[in-house]
Design a protein around this ligand. Sequence first.
Ligand SMILES: Cc1cc2nc3c(=O)[nH]c(=O)nc-3n(C[C@H](O)[C@H](O)[C@H](O)COP(=O)(O)O)c2cc1C
Length: 151
Amino acid sequence: MAEKLGIRPLRASEAASEALKGARYLVLGSPIYGYSVLPEMEDLLSQCGEIIKDIPTAAFVVCGDTLWNPKAGEGGHRNLVKLTDLLPAAPFATAVLGGRMVMDQLDDEDEPRIRAFYERIGREPTGFDRMELEKVDPFVAEIKQYLVSGV
Ligand SMILES: Cc1cc2nc3c(=O)[nH]c(=O)nc-3n(C[C@H](O)[C@H](O)[C@H](O)COP(=O)(O)O)c2cc1C
């Protein structure tokens, strides 16, 4: 996404207020882990709210459950709201993107959590690949459109 927009990607943990100050726009993205936004993104937004409140912001989440149904509890809509609720102003563009979970790549903390989750729901701990790369171009186009026209 950053490459397509020609912007500098920063990890939430590195994006201190100095780096954000004066930005023309921001694209904030977070995975959903255990029903929450990445803790580093929560920290960043709680520290930088004042600085970013006037910077136009697009927001997206990457998650396992992408279903767009406001009534479906933890589906994509709820996942996105968890991020947008932390923003000081409404984003000008949003996206819910399917992600992937590769069991071999989970760290020592996540692996047992995820195995316990699969056991609870009575499924094999297979992980999943629901990456929706095809949604990236339309989202990037929406951001570029906003930058050109302001709507
Ligand atoms: C520990 C853990 C907890 C997760 N919890 C959720 C969740 O509550 N809801 C959801 O939709 N996806 C959940 N996922 C799936 C991740 O959002 C998905 O794998 C995402 O692509 C991870 O992004 P990353 O590859 O950038 O880390 C979880 C994944 C992990 C590893």
